[in-house]
Design a protein around this ligand. Structure first.
Ligand code: FNR
Length: 182
């Protein structure tokens, strides 16, 4: 079986640490897993009036999520919660009522911030939302990562100091997806 993971990055910043983390960490996955970063920067602001006539980027996101074996969220923390762009993407793909793309998809959460909190608060908020969306979400290990100098090596791979920890995280995530993928 080949497992296809949709990666949702909760930052639109060009030099986003979270996007770099999302790009680097997937190299720690086994060959039967492939990962695609989905686009969320062109989604409209969610408006319930549009439920019967969703915009093309919303339909695209929903089909990418629906076609995936699981989802990997790699998110920044903004003001002690998840960035609005991420919540907007989640809301858009959760509707119309009863036609959520997220339901049942196994999920993992990673995040890096410049502060020592390592996106811990944002991740707890995200867990709340994913629970409501009926997404089985890997609980342990938690990964609260601070953007330090050695986090990535010169080639953009995970640096030596974090490699063993993130390899352990990826191994658990892979097993989690295999257990919960439909
Ligand atoms: C932040 N940052 C931040 N960091 C954190 O650890 N907790 C927080 O609550 C916040 N709040 C916050 C709000 C806003 C509006 C901005 C722009 C930034 C700092 C944040 O960790 C830093 O900008 C990271 O670089 C964001 O992740 P990306 O964009 O590098 O992936």
């Amino acid at each position: 079986t080949q497992y296809q993971i949709a990666v949702v990055v909760g930052s639109l910043r060009r030099e986003s640490f979270n996007r770099k983390l999302a790009t680097a960490v997937v190299k720690l996955a086994p060959p039967d897993f492939s990962f695609t970063q989905v686009r969320i920067d062109d989604l409209p602001l969610y408006n319930q009036d549009d439920d019967a006539n969703q915009a093309d980027p919303v339909k695209r996101l929903k089909s990418e999520i629906a076609g995936s074996s699981g989802v990997l969220f790699v998110t920044a923390e903004y003001n002690r919660s998840i960035p609005g762009v991420l919540k907007n993407a989640i809301d858009n793909a959760s509707r119309p009522y009863g036609q959520s793309a997220w339901a049942g998809k196994p999920a993992g959460i990673l995040g890096v911030s410049v502060g020592a909190v390592g996106t811990a608060v944002a991740q707890q908020h995200l867990r709340n939302t994913l629970a409501y969306l009926d997404m089985p979400t890997l609980g342990e290990p938690e990964a609260f990562i601070q953007a330090t100098d050695g986090l990535f090596d010169k080639a953009g791979n995970i640096g030596e100091g974090s490699k063993a920890f993130l390899q352990g995280w990826m191994d658990k995530y892979v097993a989690w997806v295999k257990r919960h993928a439909g």
